[in-house]
Design a protein around this ligand. Structure first.
Ligand SMILES: Cc1cc2nc3c(=O)[nH]c(=O)nc-3n(C[C@H](O)[C@H](O)[C@H](O)COP(=O)(O)OP(=O)(O)OC[C@H]3O[C@@H](n4cnc5c(N)ncnc54)[C@H](O)[C@@H]3O)c2cc1C
Length: 394
């Protein structure tokens, strides 16, 4: 007979539901929601058309304290948790997934990697700047190495107390805005992944230039550029973590970062649902609002279920991460699922807007374009399936 030992079982009221927000989480979510509606929404179309963020908007993100969420207060950051970053990315992406990814890369990749792997001197030097006005970028991918990231060819050669970096990076988010770049290069191509080393490279370092900017389908305001390193000398003290252990920095930050991409896609889907609900209540056909037709109601209901399921997967992965519990499979699942939900929700929103869904004057065609990237960056859908299957079969 099973006995329930009351002593070891937490009282049910001490286990919050995943979506129940604490006071600080609620306050943060509401502030960012208000900010996104007031400061981002009026700029969305223009930023998409011009494929650019106004610097004034980036400055406001810093003023709000959401560009250094996990940076300790002693370095000028907000002293928050990973879950806070997830909430922020979700809320911003509900209005504009481009702004969502700018903030996501800053927090869940760049700052996350530095907090974990930078030495005390580098933290002291860089984190206050990242909290106060400097944007960061994370440069792993190259023309020949996307999914197979560790086949990278950018080379770092030791020369006295410096490394000389030679090579090119491709598709680097935030490249146009960034002052600090985390760059992965190999110190020994024959050593395979064990040669990979992470470096901090500052804008303005001789031999380093930001190259061609991609003209993209979606998240157009977010800059995606090539980085060019020609005999670029960086001090050996700019190595992040250990020499030859850059693969660990890359894998472990990306495992966490993809929860942030999940949050971006969740926000996008929730935004598509918001627009669809509002529009279907306003648009009249056959003498009544289209939201009064059961066929439309059921489509909205399905969207709401998908958004909620996506939120549960993401919040669970983020809360596991903050508790120091294993989250690898959960992170892969939430990223894969939420990116598929985002594409479906945006597509359905376009359908529900009818002809208006297909034109730029209305907001949903942009969300449809923006959704596609969720299945590509920070590990394609196939790579997430691979991670999940590997854990399943281990
Ligand atoms: C807008 C944008 C922003 C980006 N931002 C950054 C950034 O900030 N930093 C950065 O480092 N990179 C960035 N990237 C790069 C991105 O992470 C890669 O594009 C992505 O990892 C996929 O790599 P790939 O494009 O080379 O595709 P490939 O690896 O060539 O994949 C092509 C197809 O093959 C499939 N495939 C590949 N290998 C396998 C396999 N073993 N099994 C089954 N299927 C497989 C993939 O799933 C995919 O469908 C960005 C890309 C874009 C488009």
């Amino acid at each position: 007979m099973i006995t329930f030992v009351a002593m070891t079982t937490p009282a049910i009221e001490t286990i919050p539901s995943l979506t129940q927000l604490s006071e600080d989480e609620l306050l943060l979510r509401n502030s960012v929601r208000e900010f996104a509606n007031a400061q981002v929404r009026p700029l969305v179309r223009e930023m998409d058309e011009h494929a650019k963020f106004p610097r004034a908007l980036i400055d406001k993100l810093f003023d709000l304290g959401i560009m250094g969420i996990e940076i300790p207060e002693s370095f000028g950051g907000a002293g928050g948790r990973f879950f806070h970053a997830v909430l922020v990315v979700e809320e911003l992406s509900r209005v504009d997934p481009s702004v969502g990814v700018l903030v996501d890369v800053q927090n869940t990749l760049v700052i996350n990697a530095l907090l974990r792997w930078a030495n005390a001197e580098m933290k002291q030097r860089v984190l206050p700047k990242l909290a106060a006005g400097s944007v960061g970028a994370y440069a792993l991918s190259e023309a020949v190495s996307g999914s197979d990231a560790f086949a990278l060819q950018t080379r770092a050669t030791k020369d006295g107390d410096h490394y000389v970096i030679q090579g090119r990076k491709l598709w680097i988010t935030n490249a146009n805005e960034a002052d600090f770049f985390i760059v992965f290069a190999t110190i020994n191509p024959d050593a395979g992944y064990k040669g990979i080393t992470a470096f901090l490279v500052e804008r303005g370092t001789p031999g380093f230039t930001v190259g061609k900017k991609e003209d993209k389908l979606g998240i157009r305001a977010s800059s995606t550029c090539e980085l060019v390193f020609e005999e670029c000398r960086v001090p050996a003290s700019n190595v992040i973590g250990d020499v030859g252990k850059g693969y660990k920095v890359a894998i472990e930050t990306l495992n966490e970062g993809r929860i942030g991409i999940g949050a971006q896609m969740l926000g996008l889907a929730a935004g598509a649902l918001d627009h669809a609900v509002r529009y279907t209540k306003e648009r009249k056909q056959f003498g009544k609002a289209i939201a009064e037709f059961q066929g439309v109601q059921f489509q909205l209901a399905r969207m709401a279920i998908d958004v909620e399921a996506s939120r549960l997967l993401i919040y669970n992965a983020a809360r596991l991460r903050d508790q120091g519990l294993p989250f690898l499979t959960e992170a892969a699942m939430c990223k894969l699922f939420s990116s598929e939900v985002a594409e479906q929700a945006a597509s359905l929103a376009v359908n529900l807007f009818g002809g208006n869904g297909f034109v730029k004057e209305y907001p949903v065609e942009k969300l449809y374009r923006d959704a596609k990237i969720g299945q590509i960056y920070e590990g394609t859908t196939n790579l997430q399936l691979q991670t999940i299957a590997k854990q399943l079969l281990a």
